[in-house]
Design a protein around this ligand. Sequence first.
Ligand code: ATP
Ligand code: MG
Length: 629
Amino acid sequence: MTYSEFYRRSIDDPTTFWAEEAKGIDWHTPFTQVLDDSRPPFARWFVDGTTNLCHNAVDRWLPTQADKPALIFVSTETDEERILTFAELHREIQRMAAVMQTLGVVRGDRVLIYMPMVPEAVIAMLACARIGAIHSVVFGGFASMSLGSRIEDATPRLIISADGGSRAGKVVPYKPLLDEAIRLSAHKPSAVLMINRGLTPFSNEPGRDHDYAALRATHLDAQVPVVWLQSTDTSYILYTSGTTGRPKGVQRDVGGYAVALASSMKHIYCGNPGETYFSTSDIGWVVGHSYIVYGPLIGGMATLMYEGTPVRPDAGILWQLVERFKVTVMFSAPTAIRVLKKHDAQWLRRYDLSSLRSLFLAGEPLDEPTSSWIAEGLGKPIIDNYWQTETGWPILTVAHGIDNTPTRLGSPGLPMYGFDVRLLDENTGEALGPDQKGVIAIAQPLPPGCMQTVWGDDERFVKTYFSSIPGHQVYSTFDWGVRDSDGYYFILGRTDDVINVAGHRLGTREIEESINSHPAVAECAVVGVADPLKGQVAIGFAVLRDPAAAASSADRLALEGAVLAIVNQQLGAIARPARVHFVNLLPKTRSGKVLRRSIQAVCEGRDPGDLTTIEDASALTALSEALAG
Ligand code: ATP
Ligand code: MG
């Protein structure tokens, strides 16, 4: 079957299509209805079916691969390595689940996980899934304010945390931040469970805080059976990255998510049981949920969990891991590749990568120069994935498990099965044809695996996602794009970031792509800045592969001229930024996404807004300095 036939079936007859895909997981009781969409835009998948994510990720594999690796942990921060087989992981999950039960956690309770990238974090997530507690993982890099607001929103009974994490060799204490976050939050957890890594001392609050090692020791033989959950029960809450403002608590189900992941492992990632999957993301992000924890394990694969940066001890570390653990499927982000791009390409060739079939990249636009650089360096197919926290798995990519649809540089690919992707005029809601720019939307129902609602706020779900396009109750991605005549989509930026120059609408991405094609540029960001004459003008900020290239002001001027000439030639004078400034760092979220909203504010002399998710606030100061001088 060709991909286009496969796709058509998923859209024309979703009930038959997803009933077939649902065979990819174990059900305790079969569902009686594939889809209940009687209350749009809410979609309930596999109604009355009961299943469990932990069962599908772990227990299901015990008969065939109990002694095969399930969780491979490598930390170049603490020089630790641990390999847990499926049987060992199964035992650890039950110990953790028993400890959680001792602390009063029951089905439906929220458990907030604020943890570094250590095995206990994955064990805690799976233990929640096992007993029907709803986990909410908060990225370990967040400070008290962001954490506090998430505690208040998710109202957890229990918080699981650790003494600290480590980043580029520096210990980051977690406990003081957690204590402060709990103090800030109106909701207080009844218990805190601490994993003590021995990285940094911390104080315990008597009666509230518990030591995991001590409690675990009393539950070594724990047998905690799987709780069979309704397919439509809630498995977890995960807050979006906060690139565009106040994070939304994405709420996900059990059965639909399990089916979507099992299906994506087969059709998109092409991973097989017994192989190793390596995602460089963090469990605090959706990629971590779907493709560090649940997806690979549901697919019977070992998952490689890595605490460390891509360049320590050297820029070859990721590929060394691929060689050592015979990774077959790898998942990373363009931002990580851009970091590697500042190092010698020979690092990509030092290790035996013969096990590796493809490298998937997601999270941000993958510019053509970066894509070609890594594809040539590795000699492997690079597959772009476009998706969102909200969808849980790819909206746009290519499904090489179905046929070998070619990839197209600069495009994440085609709509994935189940996603009825539309390109609409955001003002009129009119459907657009090839080569016309518009907002990327998805017609109802959203396929299995997508968000059920905004946690605790059905109205915000409907209002935020389904009410922005006039006359159509469709899901808006709030991304702007274009489709070519073969159906490949290209992401042009977020709808908020579209620039309006003298009546011409330009996506920031188009200009960024062009600037990135200058060989000296490692990465860049373009924003639209208010201009009395033209409405808006584009301003670019570029980070150079070698900062020395713009050491003197004459160098900077020459380089800026060269970059502007490229844009002029590729896109025309209308797209040419008024200025391109060279900086050492771009303001990014903790997940590596450029905060264009804040850059724009700084350029216009406004307050940069909510910066709780920013990676390094000094990037904004550097930006102001570049603008001033
Ligand atoms: P918030 O919604 O809180 O502002 P966020 O949108 O950054 O945060 P995520 O859900 O992590 O949070 O990111 C999804 C967004 O990332 C997409 O809507 C899109 O803008 C961008 N994105 C993800 N993958 C790609 C890709 N392959 N190409 C282009 N853009 C991508
Ligand atoms: Mg978003």
